[in-house]
Design a protein around this ligand. Structure first.
Ligand SMILES: Nc1nc2c(ncn2[C@@H]2O[C@H](COP(=O)(O)OP(=O)(O)OP(=O)(O)O)[C@@H](O)[C@H]2O)c(=O)[nH]1
Ligand SMILES: [Mg+2]
Length: 142
């Protein structure tokens, strides 16, 4: 499995998605620091929200094979900038999270914005219902 690193705003669902993808019980736990869970590198939302942490993200990304920009479909705020993906020298994918709570319109908007951030592929997911998780696992498996 490819080692992948999740980046996204606080509460966008990174940790819950890690739990789902790695087959753990789903339970809320605020991420305080960069955490490696099996093949996933989970980061705190503050790393995206606070520019002072950018260096830490770029340094940690060296350990990863793929980066995932995670966007909560129900969140109006979008913190990835256009062509944000060019900051990294490895593939960057997009993950729309919490699809179970979102309208079709919200999902389309999140997809569009992630594409603008320069991701090469987008998965629409819900860690609660499991939507999109098999496709994501398959992408990460080779
Ligand atoms: N309905 C729904 N809720 C979700 C989903 N994924 C996560 N949540 C909820 O959203 C909240 C935040 O989820 P986390 O996975 O902790 O978010 P995070 O991105 O790791 O947040 P930080 O650690 O603060 O950066 C929790 O209450 C989760 O239960 C989902 O797919 N659907
Ligand atoms: Mg977390």
């Amino acid at each position: 499995m490819k080692k992948f690193m999740l980046i996204g705003s606080s509460t966008c669902g990174k940790t819950t998605l890690c739990q789902r993808l790695n087959g753990y019980d789903i339970g809320y736990k605020k991420t305080q620091a960069i955490e490696v869970i099996d093949n996933t590198i989970d980061t705190p939302g503050e790393y995206l929200e606070n520019r002072n942490f950018y260096k830490a993200i770029v340094v940690t990304a060296v350990e990863a094979d793929v980066i995932a920009f995670v966007q909560d479909a129900t969140d109006e705020r979008f913190r990835f900038s256009p062509q944000h993906a060019t900051l990294f020298s490895i593939p960057v994918i997009g993950i729309v999270s919490k699809a179970d709570l979102a309208t079709e319109e919200q999902i389309s908007q999140a997809l569009e914005l992630l594409e603008l951030a320069g991701v090469e592929k987008v998965f629409v997911t819900s860690a609660y219902t499991g939507q999109g998780c098999d496709e994501l696992k398959e992408y990460l498996s080779d």
